[in-house]
Design a protein around this ligand. Sequence first.
Ligand code: C2O
Length: 528
Amino acid sequence: PATRYYHLELKVVKLSPDGYERPVWSVNDQYPGPLIQCNKGDRLVINVTNNSEDPATIHWHGIFQHNTNWYDGVPGQTQCPIPNRVSFTYNYTVDQFGTFWYHSHFLAQYVDGLVGVLIVHDPDDPYRNSYHEDYVITVSDWYHSPTAPLLVQRLAPHYTGFNPYPDSALISGVGQYNCSGAPAGYYCNRNVPPPTYNVNKGKKYRFRIINTSAYVTFTFSIDNHPLKVIEVEGTHVKNVSAATVTVIPIHVAQRYSVILDANQPVDNYYIRASIIDSCLPPRTNDTINYNSSINFNATGILHYQGAGSKKPTSTAYPFTIPLCQDLNASAIRPYKDSPAPSNVTNDFVFNITFARNDDDVGLLGINNSSFVPVFNNPTNLRIMLQENFTDFDKNQNAYGYDIPNGCVQITLLNNQPANHPFHLHGHTFWIVASGLGAFLSNISTSEYNLKNPVIRDTIIIPEFSHAVIRYLADNPGVWAFHCHIEWHVEMGLVAQLIERPTEFSNRTLPEDVRALCLQYDSYYKNHK
Ligand code: C2O
């Protein structure tokens, strides 16, 4: 195994991904940030320098962080934020493979641009000889306003609407906004060239598709080219005919790898990423950021070598989803059947709840608790440093769930009129059941699939439905479990799962993690 070094510089710069210029949180001056890649077994040493005015952290979405919980990048849970003009080095071994991404976990900063892709290659990939080239595509919603004022509106007392509405859809950081909605005096270019992917007729290509949105579900498709799914969030997929699909629904933070066979006539074809409007709540007069010239459809081009530069004339595959569901389980079974543990030792029921606080601010929660992070006093440091860690304020981060060891089962009940893509840090999980109805009485344990369930790290829980997941408590540390809609995170739809705290407290915290908290503390005292 190798050690691979990366340097990421965080900085706010003016960019115009969809033609409309705005300040963007860039990584090495790019949006999305640079691709990070390594092989399974390698060590990643990633130095992050924050050259912006605000603190930041980076989370490596889907990476287990075995033995390195303090590099998971969650402020208030696993580290202090990196203040401006400070560098911090993430240093971890990657004992898994697949398609991941990295993003800020501080406030809604990732929605302002702080995202990138992380790929871990597998030397034993059963599909390695089935494709010629490995391409990455991100799909994302995009907002013309920075998130700070949007959050102020979202969390204002008496606000009764839904979440801030996006202005555009992007493919690989590029969109085509109809500039007629841009206020006078703003720079807006209506002719941003579409992202283009080159293929040679007769060859096969892997595409890794990642939804880095704040809010929306996309459908992804490439005209005239069915896609064969081979990987879901770090798990290879069974080689069956059901795995070949024409249109893929992809929810916030989910990832798929597919193989495309370039077997069509030499030509140009549209790559399409469309926001599914029916997965979003209704727009009302007070919907934040609502702008009627939103572009729901981003397009890119699949270009066959020799096709010239004429515009595609291809047409989209038909597609409708009645509910905002995941890709059918039969399309994404694990390559090798991986039975879920049958013996549950920690059984949780999490109700997704909505309530208004004393100031009439609408908050989401789990079993009526909304998570409030305390950025200068992360839970894992409190556990590890115990009474030594007294130089920070004594506020406790909101409730956590203690997990001794064994197999955890979480039954998620979503009795709300909104869809929630839930992500678990530090693990993948088995989806043993999912379906309509948000009450325990809707769930029949005799229908659990323990034999060959889907494995992933991010699952959609559609409105008024449920899901039952299981995972092994094999990773001592503090792990976030949350809805990945960033507006919902800020409304408190986050739990922290405290796994094997006794064992964890005996580990040695790297000095730089504690030092970062001291640096953040002085930043914090100067900015109160
Ligand atoms: Cu993609 Cu808690 O993160």
